[in-house]
Design a protein around this ligand. Structure first.
Ligand SMILES: O=C(CO)[C@H](O)[C@H](O)COP(=O)(O)O
Ligand SMILES: [Fe+2]
Length: 218
């Protein structure tokens, strides 16, 4: 069954603890935490202090999506703060293999994200080293954007390589995932669907998560 990772980017930050408990009780599989630095992407969001603060609130894995330049500087900090998975962007690091090893040496699962405009070939050589591939289905920086259809082919290609070479990373998709787009992502091979506005913009988060699952199964 597909996993759902609500992105707290679309939560009400004035009551973040309650917002996390809401999706935890509502059937979420991961809590997706979008970290933006105002350089790699044109937005600034949250840092390690928030990760540390929310860690005791939920037993769900904290899926930390770093949209920051020089991620190596902050990987140990986010690991200590309680991240379960740390995903870095291929575009944000020159020495991707070294960055992946740094994440793993901090006892955290390692993910690599790709912007819509970055070919999947850019990460082919490290696929055997990682726990998660994150295919961005919008340009990173903001919640509530529209899904970019051509990214489906990228999910398919990554899934094909996983089968062909016997890798066991998860494939996560992030951006514009809702009841209309979820099924084609899952059919293409996605295991984890990040959903920010599709979950948090609804009053009943349990129902929102269920509706995405049902859209996949239909
Ligand atoms: O990484 C992200 C943006 O850069 C977010 O995780 C993503 O946008 C989720 O929001 P939505 O589901 O509303 O598109
Ligand atoms: Fe994200």
């Amino acid at each position: 069954m597909v996993k759902i990772a609500p992105s707290i980017l679309s939560a009400n930050f004035a009551k973040l603890g309650d917002e996390i408990i809401d999706v935890d009780k509502g059937g979420a599989d991961y809590i997706h935490v979008d970290v933006m630095d105002g350089n790699f992407v044109p937005n600034i969001t949250i840092g390690p202090l928030i990760v540390e603060a929310i860690k005791p609130i939920t037993s769900l894995p904290l899926d930390v999506h770093l949209m920051i330049d020089n991620p190596d500087l902050y990987i140990p900090v986010f690991a200590n703060a309680g991240a379960s998975i740390i995903t870095v962007h291929q575009e944000a690091t020159v020495h991707l293999h070294r960055t992946i090893q740094l994440i793993k040496s901090n006892g955290v699962k390692a993910g690599v994200a790709l912007n819509p405009g970055t070919p999947v070939e850019m990460i082919k050589d490290v696929l055997g080293e990682i726990d998660l591939v994150l295919i961005m289905t919008v340009n990173p920086g903001f919640g509530g954007q529209s899904f970019i259809p051509f990214t489906i082919d990228k999910i398919k290609q990554i899934a094909e390589w996983r089968d062909q070479y016997g890798f066991n990373f998860e494939i996560e998709v992030d951006g514009g995932v809702n009841t209309t787009t979820a099924k084609s992502c899952a059919q293409a091979g996605a295991d984890v669907l990040v959903a920010g506005s599709a979950v948090y913009n609804q009053n009943d988060r349990e129902q929102a998560i269920l509706q995405i699952r049902q859209a996949v199964e239909k």
